[in-house]
Design a protein around this ligand. Sequence first.
Ligand SMILES: [Zn+2]
Length: 247
Amino acid sequence: MKNTLYLFLCFVFACHQSPNADQQTVVSEATISTEKTTEEASKSISTAYKNEDSLYYETLHDTAMVELIRYDKDFVLDIKYATTDNFTKQLLYDCGRSFLRKKVAKDLLNAHQAFKKLGFRIKIFDGYRPHSVQFKMWDLTPDKRYVGNPYKGSMHNRGCAVDLTLVDKNGKDLTMGTVYDFFGQKAHITYTKLPKDVLENRRILKEILEKNGFRALETEWWHFSYNRNVYSILNTPIPCDVNVKQF
Ligand SMILES: [Zn+2]
């Protein structure tokens, strides 16, 4: 009886020890599930890349699509199209990761340094966007003021546009007058009937990004396109496997 009890306890213990425990940890780090909130996904990406050497990117060509947070872990990610909290109310990306062409990413990194000196950090809403997603958006909102015509291809499809805002040292969004993807006059950069602090925040955002090679879009305070180069359109899905560093 004593032996039977011992064997039983060993069996239970072994089950809970689960030889796959390590494996499960690896899987959860390697696959960024859309079931997580973008904030959780962002934390899990940072953890997974803790020992990453960003110099790895120095060997890549300027046109390589690279992940922003591997360059600078201070970027805040809030990738709306990896959630249903966006203007389409549909999940458009498999994962909440953000990629840009290497040359664009490096100039954005320089802008980020300037923002950090003022006590702010960049929060990314969107970067590279697969071409097929552009068609989905266009089907839902065929208005070229707000969605790039997919037949021409958006700058996001080329990995050289970024949607972003700024957060303060506590991670709180700076007030910009409207939410992201607000389709209306109040989001236009020429609209000035706004509180002073909103106008000042928009000015800082625009001024520093423009100094670093980006240009603003008249209808969206959050959208900036790269001014120095144009790259080809891509339709590669955003990879969910964190071992995929670039494409
Ligand atoms: Zn945009």
